[in-house]
Design a protein around this ligand. Structure first.
Ligand code: ADP
Ligand code: MG
Length: 830
């Protein structure tokens, strides 16, 4: 019989994937062909084009790295190049690779249960961006799953722990450290409902970073020294097979060290020129602990941040739920339970951290009804019923509404229905419920806890005879359910001046909807040459400066889509809908054309950053960091102290540098480097703003006082009214403690000052005085001197128009004219 609820849950992991099915109130992990609970998310394609997923592929990655790939999940949704398999010349995108993993998991179900599944819940890291969610859903569709709700991994884990929990009121922190991603989620369980109070995560934090550190800091230096291979580096193309082998060995040893204090790495390396050598290395648990420390610190800081933002402290949390392979290591557990280095919250490790997400996903799957492709078909002379109810809920007496239809007219007269829970002790019957003349009935059920309750529907006609009804049963389970999942990051659009307009704020419960009116900054021409493109970047993130957020796609309206030209500055109304799986639907309405455009947002995270640009940008940030450190030395406060010491502990700078160095040959490192650089930049911004805040406020107040004085002198009502508005805006910005806002408002006020100075003629004098400082750089020094002399004369005579002309001519004498004087320095110099 076809299932009415999804029931299957898939953990599509970066490193390992798993599938589970819900039986009653228990989720069972379905083993794969090798009798293992988890399947490595790795793909191998041989020269005959045979594709393998799982352990076989992961093992091949050592001997045949050109035909295997893994860790592709984090590149889902990026405009990322495909992975090329050398022997078969096949190319697959990260999304297609994920499809292959999903197909394997579905095949395991087919083999074990003989069931061909058409729907499954798929989990995604909470920190996944929207384009990655979109790609996940598309991958599921390509794998033959026509219905695939997405669930956030930490919520899945919490459901596995809390589905049948008896605590009525509890707060948990889910700590999910996988191979490549980290999620921390604060969960509240109250009256059988879960709420995710807050989340923080990092898509580039996980066990594989520990493996890389072992390789880069211990193994590579040892191999270099022992065999004299001075050019062996992670980023060098020639050494890729060797580095690969070292990384696999590092991971194996690291896992062993969760049990033993010391592990010997013993591998044969090949220098590519026919030379082979045996490499031994004794890796100590203490080495791994030391290398993992900054990563654990970063994860703990994210947990603290998630708690802080919810106004909670570790003492408010009942337990810490551990998820993911790295949480099997004893030193991680010690680190977390320690109240100073870690969180000091009691751990709950009663469920296997490698499969808890898949089991939670199966539980969630039990709450999801599969949309039926066709209405139920009645047997001849029988009836059908359409049922409305929640298949799972905290309530023991849930409500059910049904609508019955008969095969012949008038068949509903005198019809009644009864629901029976035959498995209950003692069996429970609803009593006969009459149906309305439109066939509708309403009732509450009575369900037992701790099992799935199956209710039979018994239909009787006017003569009291039993008649057939399709479907004839419904199933209900008492259990905790998730309420609405939160949106993880604010969604906004970026404007040309690097500011943003927020569309939906983070932590808004999903599904959510927003409508905003925007104004186009370019024209799109209709006609023989259709040119122009309205392209608005869609951003994910909370930063006020647009470029600090991730661009996850673009809202595009192209010239081919329109039937008339759209002038610059036209209104555009954008409507966004985000569903509980974080799938986005966007529509744009252009009042000028009275036309609506569907699916205007193409979701694709920016493509792979270029290694040279990464290096240059990192250098620029490090210079800024130096300046910030110096300023901190002079005017530091506790907040700037905290920000800088966090950077230190998390080793963000060294981490970024390592990743940037590896970026040239390793696309994963490039993406991770970009993320780290973004973190670094955000921390520097924050520290800079913190150190600058007092001076920003002082400058704003100074500008206000100066402008007030000038407005009073001028005695002009227009200026006075404008000034009053600026004053309110600046006071607001000071109260909000938002440096970007204050900066922007002060500069708006400064441009008013400019206009005042222009009115009085002083502006041209200031410009002249500024320009003569550049005399030596002017291309024709003789002409320059003549103009300067004329300018002095004009100044003495207060002939401002003449002075303006001279200024314009002086500027043309410069190859690289200076910007007009900054209104701030203008005011200061007065
Ligand atoms: P993902 O969610 O990314 O698929 P997993 O939860 O399966 O990841 O965790 C994979 C990571 O866990 C890998 O980095 C692996 O090296 C690490 N790992 C697995 N078992 C252990 C262990 N016993 N001790 C330490 N690390 C482990
Ligand atoms: Mg995982």
């Amino acid at each position: 019989m076809a299932r009415s609820t999804v029931d299957f849950g898939i953990d599509l992991g970066t490193t390992n994937s798993a599938i589970a099915v819900l039986h009653g109130v228990d989720a069972e992990v379905i083993k794969n062909n090798e009798d293992s609970d988890t399947t490595p998310s790795a793909v191998w394609i041989d020269k005959r084009d045979r594709l393998r997923v799982g352990r076989a592929a992961k093992d091949r990655s050592e001997s045949d790295p050109d035909n295997t790939t893994s860790e592709f999940k984090l590149r889902m949704g990026t405009a990322q190049e495909s992975v090329r398999f050398a022997a078969s010349a096949r190319e697959l995108t990260p999304q297609q690779l994920s499809t292959e993993v999903l197909k394997t998991l579905c095949a395991d179900v087919e083999q074990r249960l003989g069931e061909n599944i058409e729907a499954a819940v798929i989990t995604v890291p909470a920190a996944f961006d929207m384009s990655a969610c979109d790609a996940t859903r598309a991958a599921a569709e390509a794998a033959g799953l026509r219905f695939s709700p997405l669930l956030q991994e930490p919520t899945a884990a919490a459901l596995a722990y809390g589905f049948q929990a008896t605590d009525d009121n509890a707060r948990w922190l889910v700590y999910d450290l996988g191979g490549g991603t980290f999620d921390a989620a604060v969960i509240q369980l109250r009256d059988g409902e879960f709420t995710v109070l807050n989340h923080r995560g990092d898509n580039y934090l996980g066990g594989k970073l520990i493996d890389w550190r072992i390789v880069e800091e211990l193994l590579i230096p040892a191999v270099r020294e022992e065999f004299g291979l001075s050019d062996l580096t992670r980023g060098a193309a020639r050494w890729r097979p060797v580095v690969n082998k070292l990384k696999l060995a590092a991971e194996k040893a690291k896992i062993q060290l969760s049990r033993a204090p010391m592990e010997t790495i013993e591998i044969e390396l090949d220098d590519g020129a026919g030379e082979r050598f045996e490499f031994y290395y004794e890796l100590q648990r203490t080495d791994v602990e030391r290398l993992a420390e900054p990563l654990l610190t970063r994860s703990v800081n994210l947990c603290r941040k998630a708690l802080d933002e919810s106004h909670l402290s570790p003492g408010d949390i009942d337990k810490l739920i551990l998820v993911g392979g790295p949480t099997l290591s004893p030193y991680l557990r010690e680190h977390l339970t320690d109240a100073t280095r870690g969180l000091g919250i009691a751990l709950d490790t009663s469920q296997d951290p490698l499969t808890v997400v898949a089991r939670g996903a199966a539980i969630f799957a039990g709450t999801q009804r599969i949309p039926q492709l066709s209405a139920p078909v009645a047997v001849p002379g029988g009836f059908t019923v359409q049922l409305e109810y929640q298949p799972v809920g905290p309530d023991r007496e849930p409500l059910v509404v049904g609508r019955i239809s008969g095969t012949d007219a008038g068949a509903l007269d005198g019809v009644a229905v009864e629901l029976v829970n035959a498995g209950a002790q003692p069996p429970w019957r609803s009593g006969k419920i009459p149906v309305s003349d439109t066939g509708v009935f309403t009732t509450t059920l009575w369900a037992e806890t701790g099992r799935a309750n199956t209710f039979e529907l018994e239909l009787t006609d006017a003569a009291g005879r039993r008649r057939e009804i399709t479907p004839a049963t419904l199933t209900y389970t008492v259990g905790a359910v998730e309420t609405q999942p939160p949106l993880i990051h604010t969604i906004s659009v970026g404007l040309s001046d690097n500011t943003t307009i927020q569309l939906i704020e983070r932590n808004t419960p999903l599904p959510a909807r927003a409508r905003k009116r925007l104004r186009t900054s370019v024209a799109v021409h209709y006609g023989a040459q259709r040119t122009g493109l309205i392209r608005i970047p869609v951003l994910e993130g909370e930063y006020a400066r647009g470029d600090r957020n991730r661009t996850i796609g673009h809202l595009d309206i192209t010239a081919d889509q329109i039937e008339r030209s759209i002038p610059e500055g036209s209104d555009l109304e954008l409507t966004l809908e985000i569903d509980a799986s974080r799938i986005l639907l966007a529509r744009a309405y252009l009042p000028y054309l009275d036309a609506e455009f569907e699916n205007v947002i193409d979701l694709h995270t920016e493509s792979r950053p270029d290694a040279t640009a990464l290096r240059r940008n990192t250098e620029a940030e490090l210079q800024r960091l130096d300046q910030v450190r110096q300023q901190h030395g002079e005017f530091g406060n506790p907040t700037s102290e905290l920000l800088l010491s966090q950077l230190e502990q998390e080793q963000t700078v060294t981490d970024t540098q390592h990743l940037v160095a590896a970026a040239a040959t390793d696309p994963d490192a490039a993406i991770a480097a970009e993320q780290r650089l973004r973190d670094l930049r955000a921390a520097i911004d924050q520290a800079e703003d913190e150190l600058l805040w007092p001076s920003l406020v002082a400058r704003a107040k100074e500008t206000l006082e100066y402008t007030r004085m000038r407005v009073n002198e001028l005695n002009d009502d227009m200026f006075r009214r404008e000034f009053d508005q600026h004053e309110v805006a600046i006071r607001e910005a000071i109260d909000s403690h938002e440096p970007d806002l204050l900066r922007q408002r002060t500069s708006e006020l400064a441009s008013m000052v400019r206009r005042i100075l222009d009115r009085t003629g002083e502006l041209q004098i200031l410009i002249f005085e500024e320009l003569i400082k550049y005399r030596a750089e002017m291309v024709d020094i003789v002409l320059a001197d003549r103009l300067i002399a004329e300018g002095r004369a004009a100044l003495d005579a207060q002939e401002i128009t003449r002075l303006r002309n001279i200024n314009t001519r002086l500027r043309t004498l410069m190859a690289d004219p200076p910007p007009e004087p900054d209104p701030f320095s203008t005011i200061r110099s007065l």
